[in-house]
Design a protein around this ligand. Structure first.
Ligand code: PSU
Ligand code: MN
Length: 319
């Protein structure tokens, strides 16, 4: 069992955690807040589109009534609420920044480095700050061929333990979607489809798999979160929000690109934490930017839903 970060002594937490004054203010005022990750900036998209997108995502959260809190590790400090300069810094340094998941956090902090936080570590730091809603593009999962590689993202184990709702566009088919859903089920992680019974697959609206529950509104999602956590059922929730029609890619074409990218990855011996960044950039290259455009739009779409859920949760959380 992981130690619940919210039970840490807040004074000791301050030895590691810097929360921006505007986020502290938002917490004090029960203003809805949406956490945002930074690996998507440094490792998920090329510069300068990564920085433009990160700033646009923040604007989108604000336009929908919530406060954005981009999270990263800067000079060894767990930082909640990056400013434009800090986001630009991470975007420009790109792959030089340490991709930081749960297991990497102590090193990046002790060595006073910059770390880009994955879904797992963003959830951890969001929970430390008391933020319950997080929007991103896609979560990590069980990789194809995991039965031999054992490549299973730490994001899944974090979802099992840390009480943050993650709004994403489903599970990318660079992963094994079916095995990812099985893992989440075993760990007791609810998977909600926003207005859909079908698990979305990031670049496409559908997959061969169904979700556990389809919910029709942000209010219903917020009520579900309140019920889960109110009963003491700790852990995350996956909110799967399909990519908008206008940007969805052709399932057959994208499947071919992904299969070839995975073959090339295996030939080059790329594995571990390099896998996802390699596949994303390969797919963007082969699709001549179409996948990147889709990626940007689905993140914006998730930022909108994340803000809506945070707004609804703030309304009922004080009751
Ligand atoms: N999927 C994307 N873009 C990303 C990631 C996933 O479309 O940037 C990042 C997220 O930060 C996610 C991480 O948490 O990759 C998963 O990496 P790994 O499989 O090594 O845990
Ligand atoms: Mn992995």
């Amino acid at each position: 069992m992981h130690h619940n970060p919210t039970q840490l002594n807040p004074a000791k937490l301050n030895n590691y955690l810097d929360i921006h004054p505007r986020i502290k203010q938002a917490i004090a005022n029960n203003t809805p807040i949406v956490a945002l990750e930074s690996t998507i900036i440094s490792h998920g998209m090329p510069y300068p589109k990564n920085v433009e997108t990160a700033l646009l995502v923040e604007q989108t959260v604000r336009a929908n009534g919530a406060e954005p809190a981009t999270i990263a590790i800067l000079n060894g400090r767990l930082t909640v609420g990056l400013d434009e300069q800090q986001i630009t810094h991470l975007g420009q340094r790109g792959l030089e920044v340490v991709k930081t998941s749960r297991r990497d956090m102590p090193f990046v902090v002790a060595l006073q480095q910059d770390g880009a936080t994955t879904v797992a570590s963003t959830m951890i730091i969001a929970a430390m700050a008391g933020i319950q809603v997080f929007a991103t593009g896609g979560i990590g999962g069980v990789h194809r061929h995991a039965e031999t590689t054992m490549d299973i993202s730490a994001d899944l184990q974090e979802l099992a333990n840390t009480s943050v709702a993650v709004v994403c566009a489903g599970v990318k088919s660079i992963l094994d979607i079916g095995l990812t859903l099985e893992y989440l089920e075993t760990q007791g992680v609810p998977v909600v489809g926003y207005k859909t019974k079908i698990m979305p697959a990031f670049y496409t609206k559908t997959s061969r798999f169904e979700v556990d529950y389809a919910l029709e509104s942000a209010a219903h999602i917020a009520q579900t979160l309140k019920a889960k956590w109110g009963m003491g059922l700790d852990g995350g929730v996956v909110v799967a929000n399909p990519i908008p029609d206008a940007y969805a890619m052709d399932p057959v074409a994208i499947e071919k690109v992904i299969t070839e990218a995975i073959e090339e990855m295996q030939q080059q011996g790329i594995h571990g934490k390099q896998s996802t960044p390699f596949l994303l950039s390969k797919i963007a290259q082969v699709t001549q930017g179409e996948s990147l455009a889709a990626n940007i739009q689905l993140v914006l779409n998730n930022a909108r839903l994340g803000a809506d859920v945070a707004v609804e949760l703030a309304k009922i959380s004080s009751v």
